[in-house]
Design a protein around this ligand. Structure first.
Ligand code: PMP
Ligand code: GLN
Length: 384
């Protein structure tokens, strides 16, 4: 019998799969895994269906169909004034997850260190591991999930090769301020680091707050790989259409890995997503306002229940302190909630390198508010 490789066994099953399966088994309300319980506009789905019925069913260009790359470059230019050439600076991936994996493979060598902020999205350690690198965490400071230049500096070693920055940030909902982004940029320039930015929540920034994109800061475009996704922006997380913007020499390396992971993202879905990028500005405004309403509704409910939290400036997550309710560690607490309250949440300690050593992660749970108001209300009622 074939023996499994021991290498990957340490990662077990993703917390998102664990919690969604537990929620289904127990008939619980799923405020755990971050997927909307509604779909993006019909116009996008219709375009993909037409593409399937038409003749868009064979492999696409490995780096993405030209029209989509062009639309992505136009959108980026519109929101940031950054100019990327769709021919050699824009690439389409099977989700931001694949793009992250390719970035680790393309730029990180065995023994390198990659700095990121904890808590962090669960595929970051796996990406670093796949490259033989070490993920070095800077823990965001509770209760406001901030950091200082010294926090970053204290993590630097001669092996540091890159910094991976996720803003708007999963799970805390932080949108890093311009001065925080400048701290990171100065650190990257000082130590000549590559910057990988994960901007998948770029359109989910609330209260008209500014969103500072790393590549817009002086000296950063040439050292930054921007990773984003259509998953959250168009409420189509199952389509897995992600993309990158990077200078030609970095894009070449990303494409080189991508051709041997999935070769190309699903062709008819790439065609469908073109219709998404042709939606008017009003679409993005409505998306933001609808999410802001869900955020405010959930936050008001959590406040009434005595949870303490930093109100998220972006994303569709709230990380809340439950220490007034239970002294159980977060993993046990979330399992108990699924059974006794029929609500599924995510324990946040899993978003740290050493979950058990992390005071920060021990009494915090993540709520996802990418659900209709009725579902959020039902979740809050169950908790009450
Ligand atoms: N980065 C972050 C921070 C995420 O929360 C997610 C989850 N969607 C991803 C990347 C992956 O995006 P995709 O679904 O496009 O692979
Ligand atoms: N990004 C989603 C979340 O944080 C989950 C994505 C996934 O399941 N891989 O909940």
């Amino acid at each position: 019998m074939a023996m499994p490789s021991a290498k990957w066994s340490r990662f077990g099953t993703s917390i998102f799969s664990v919690m969604t399966m537990a929620a289904m088994r127990n008939g619980s309300i799923n405020l755990a895994q971050g997927f909307p319980n509604f779909d993006g506009p019909d116009a996008i789905k219709d375009a993909a269906i037409a593409a399937i019925r038409g003749n868009s069913n064979q492999y696409a260009h490995s780096h993405g169909i030209p029209k989509l790359r062009e639309l992505l470059a136009n959108r980026m230019n519109k929101v940031s004034k950054l100019e990327y050439n769709s021919e050699n600076e824009v690439t389409v991936f099977s989700g931001a997850t694949e793009a992250l994996f390719c970035a680790f493979q393309a730029f990180i060598n065995p023994g390198d260190e990659v700095i990121t902020f904890a808590p962090f999205f669960d595929c970051y350690p796996a990406g670093a591991f796949s490259a033989g690198a070490k993920l070095v965490e800077v823990q965001l400071c509770i209760p406001d999930w901030t950091f200082t230049a010294n926090d970053l500096e204290s993590r630097w070693t001669p092996s540091t090769k890159a910094i991976l920055v996720n803003t708007p940030h999963n799970p805390t909902g932080r949108v890093f301020t311009k001065s925080e982004m400048e701290i990171i940029a100065n650190f990257a320039i000082k130590h000549d680091l590559l910057v990988i930015t994960d901007e998948v929540y770029e359109e989910l920034v609330y209260d008209d707050l500014p969103f500072t994109r790393m590549a817009t800061l002086p000296g950063m475009r040439e050292r930054t790989v921007v990773i984003s996704s259509t998953a959250k922006t168009f409420s189509l997380t199952g389509w897995k259409i992600g993309y990158t913007f990077a200078p030609p020499e970095l894009t070449r390396e990303l494409r080189s890995v991508h051709q041997f992971t999935v070769f190309c993202a699903a062709t008819p879905l790439q065609v469908g997503i073109c219709a998404a990028l042709e939606l008017s500005d009003n679409y993005y405004k409505t998306l933001r306002l609808d999410y802001q309403e869900r955020r405010d509704f959930l936050c008001a409910g959590l406040h009434k229940l005595g949870f303490k939290f930093h109100k998220p400036e972006g994303t569709y997550f709230v990380v809340a302190d439950y220490s007034h309710l239970s002294k159980l560690p977060d993993t046990e607490f979330t399992l108990q909630l699924i059974e006794t309250k029929k609500v599924a949440l995510i324990p946040t300690s899993v978003f740290y390198t050493n979950p058990r050593d992390t005071a920060a992660g021990q009494h915090y749970v993540r709520f996802a508010f990418c659900k209709d108001l009725g579902t959020l209300k039902a979740g809050l009622d169950n908790l009450a």
